[in-house]
Structure formats: C-alpha cells, structure tokens
Design a protein around this ligand. Structure first.
Ligand code: C5P
Length: 224
C-alpha cells in the first residue's frame, strides 16, 4: 500500500472535481486532475490534425506530449500549457471533453500517460481525480471513492454552472453529451469506468457537496 492516496473516480459531472479540491484543501495534500491530461491530448490531436481514432499517431503524440502546468497567480488555478500555448480558455469546453473521451479509448495512449500521472504522487499525500485512479493508476491506494449521480442531475448541475458563467447552454444537448461520454467511458475495453475493489460508492444525486465530503472523510478516517 502506498500511503496517503485517495482516489476519486466516477462519471463526469458527479462532483469529483469539487470533492477533490475540498479533500486536498482539508488534508493539505496535492491533487491530480487526470482528466486534464486526456483533454490536453485531445486538444493536441485536433491542433496537429490527427484523427482522434488514429491509434498509432495519437499514442505517439501522447508519448511526446509537451505539456506544462502553470499556476495563475490571480485565479490560483493551475493551467495547462501545451507546446507553449496556455490552454486555460478551452480545456473545460465540451468539445475538449468529447475529444478527451475519444483519445482515452486508445490503450497505447493510456499507457503513455500512466507514468506522468504517477509522478504527481508526493508527500504529504495525493488526491487523484479521474476514471481509473483506483483501478489502474494507483491500485494500491488505501482509500478509494467512487462518486456517481444520475445523468439528469449531472446535466442539471452543468447547466447551472454554465449559466452562472454567462455561457449559453441547452439542457437537452448537455444531457445527450453526458450520456455519450458515459457510454464511451463505461464500455471501452481498457480501463473502463467501474468502481475499484473496495471502493466507497456514493451517489450524490440527493446529497449536497458538504454531505458528500463528510461521508468521505468518515470513510477515510476508518481506512487510513
Ligand atoms: O474528468 P474529465 O471530464 O475532465 O475527463 C475527460 C475525459 O477524459 C473523460 O470523459 C474520460 O474519457 C477521459 N479520462 C479517462 N481517464 C481518466 C480521466 C479522464 O479516460 N483518469
């Protein structure tokens, strides 16, 4: 067992990002948002006009991905930089998410990103957010969380987030997009989205983020 790792896996929009930030803040640990790596890879493929299903080229791109992370001093957010270009503005878009989930089905691309993800582990500890953190990347983590919620609830939350940012959004389109991404993530042959053995499974559909955090902290205290 590698000490002090909490893995947080689950479908998009279940609240993993917020939960991971709160956990890392509370424990004073580092954080890995692994979805960003897949998003950068998807964006890099689009940038270089590589088809998202071209396994050889995408894998090669993943192996040589020139990516850096910069802390934005005003927002305090870590921003990905690809080949010198700051991607902060487009990394969270739905297009980047869809591209990410398409390149994420390629086994050799996942393999290429494995070490990069493990390098995020540092003491005093790491909260690792993704789809396969507990199953593949950190299989010996002492605490594994699987956070889920109904597709409708996840689409609703995303809708509110976008509205609050002043971005025009369409509920039906969001729900379709979430379902398409779920389907790809759940049915891919390598590292599909499934709860790890021994994972604490929480459905956040009817819970506030504070209630989720309380349950996770209780579970972690018993497991570490
Ligand atoms: O978490 P996020 O929405 O940023 O992830 C974008 C996509 O990247 C996911 O839909 C999934 O296909 C892929 N991903 C993955 N494994 C991870 C993290 C993300 O396959 N550990």
């Amino acid at each position: 067992v590698t000490p002090n790792i909490i893995t947080v896996d689950g479908p998009s929009g279940a609240g993993k990002g917020t939960l991971s930030l709160l956990l890392a803040d509370k424990l004073g640990w580092h954080i890995l948002d692994s979805g960003v790596l897949y998003r950068v890879l998807g964006v890099a493929a689009l940038k270089h006009h590589i088809a998202l299903d071209d396994e050889l080229k995408v894998a090669q791109l993943a192996r040589h991905l020139d990516i850096d992370f910069k802390l934005n001093p005003s927002s305090q957010e870590v921003e990905p930089v690809l080949e010198g270009d700051n991607l902060a503005g487009l990394i969270r878009t739905d297009d980047a998410g869809q591209a990410a989930s398409k390149v994420a089905v390629i086994p050799a691309a996942r393999e290429a990103l494995l070490e990069r993800q493990r390098e995020f582990y540092r003491l005093p500890g790491l909260v690792a957010d993704g789809r396969d953190m507990g199953t593949v990347v950190f299989p010996d983590a002492p605490v594994k969380i699987f956070l889920t919620a109904s597709a409708e609830r996840r689409a609703e939350r995303r809708y509110k987030q976008l509205k609050n940012k002043g971005v025009d959004a369409n509920m039906r389109a969001l729900l379709d997009s979430i379902k398409a991404r779920d389907e790809r993530d759940r049915t891919r042959p390598v590292a599909p989205l499934v709860p790890a053995n021994g994972a604490f499974i929480i459905d956040s559909s009817e819970l506030t983020i504070t209630e989720v955090l309380t349950q996770v902290l209780e579970f972690s205290a018993k497991s570490m």
